[in-house]
Write a protein that binds this ligand. Structure first.
Ligand code: NAP
Length: 317
């Protein structure tokens, strides 16, 4: 079967924001396509547990992602996974968008950029060389490999703390290594942490991750005293947040802030007509509940834009 390359709405990125935009777009009757460079799910899929998404007092990230994916399929939106958008060009100032992928060049009247973020790295010696050999960026993915072992989680945000709590249930010992003496994670999550058996190493900066073939040691420096120390561990889970994946959007003139997050108005519209943005790539709170809201608004605005520019005015938007 030949690939259908002509679409009204193309959504780039299959996390909660992109999946919601696809569901809403399809329900508006738009011919909508969701492109994802890996598999649908987004960052939520790697969370060991989510307690603040309404409707679920607790749900494992991959389960929530799977439910959203089922809903996209039912909505009628088309999905193409493992389909990286390599570049975008626009035919003219108000023309169609052409998205180059391995499957061909897709054409769209409007696009929603929901590309999320990429994991931050420590940037210390040993991190890159030992990635996949004890250095991991996903506790739910790799934690079970370290049952009954000693592990360190690096970071002080919600991801680091929830990953440390998850790992405490399946490993022998967990250290949480944080560069400051207070956590960034939300209070409810901190309360769980302080009641757990996770050992917190405050004001500790990772200087090096060591190991011949597999991780066996982390070198730390105390941020207050400058003293260095050694921590013997079998794995290091790096949980330092993410940076926005806004390169594609920037390439077509979309404005960002100095952190690279896309600037949008209340309708999730960027400065470029026909380009909407949603989720963690946008300047906003990085939460699933927020991303879902962005996705719905972005699809609604894209629908209004397409109606206005392609199908004639209907007194809408
Ligand atoms: P985050 O909130 O940005 O926290 C990143 C952590 O990494 C901070 O503690 C930061 O330290 C530390 N860090 C950053 N760069 C570092 C470096 N080079 N060396 C050492 N430490 C470094 O990221 P996140 O925890 O991934 O959370 C991102 C967003 O997702 C947040 O809005 C969070 O609330 C949300 N989230 C929600 C849930 C949930 O609701 N279940 C779960 C995960 C994430 P400093 O504090 O010193 O800056």
């Amino acid at each position: 079967m030949t690939e259908d390359l002509d679409w009204e709405l193309i959504i780039i990125g299959g996390g909660p924001a992109g999946m919601t935009a696809a569901i809403y777009g399809a329900r508006y009757g738009l011919k909508a396509l969701l492109l994802e460079s890996k598999v649908l799910g987004g960052a939520q899929a790697t969370s060991p547990g989510i307690e603040n998404y309404p409707g679920y007092t607790f749900i494992v990230g991959i389960e929530l992602a799977t439910k959203m994916k089922e809903q996209v399929r039912k909505s009628g939106a088309a999905i193409r996974e493992i389909t990286d958008v390599r570049s975008i060009v626009r035919e003219s100032d108000d023309g169609d968008f052409l998205l180059d992928t391995r499957r061909g060049v897709y054409r769209a009247k409007a696009i929603v950029v929901a590309t999320g973020g990429e994991h931050n790295q420590l940037g210390v010696p040993g991190e890159e060389r030992l990635t996949g050999r004890g250095v991991s960026f996903c506790a739910t993915c790799d934690g079970p490999l370290f049952r009954d072992k000693i592990v360190a989680v690096i970071g002080g945000g919600d991801t680091a703390v929830t990953e440390a709590l998850y790992l405490a249930e399946i490993t022998k010992k967990v250290y949480l290594v944080h560069r400051r003496d207070e956590l960034r994670a939300e209070k409810a999550v901190q309360d769980y942490l302080f009641k757990s058996n996770v050992e917190i190493l405050w004001s500790s900066v990772v200087k090096e991750i060591k190991g011949d073939d597999l991780v066996n040691e982390v070198i730390l420096e105390n941020a207050k005293t400058g003293e260095t120390s050694s921590l013997m561990v079998d794995a290091v889970f790096v949980a330092l947040g993410s940076r926005p994946e806004s390169g594609l959007a920037k390439s077509i003139g979309v404005e960002t802030n100095d952190r690279g997050e896309i600037l949008v108005n209340a309708k999730q519209a960027t400065n470029i007509a026909g380009v909407f943005a949603a989720g963690d790539v946008v300047e906003s709170m990085k939460q699933i509940a927020v991303a879902v809201g962005h996705g719905a608004i972005a699809a609604d605005s894209a629908y209004a834009y397409i109606r206005r520019t392609q199908r004639g005015p209907i007194g809408y938007a």
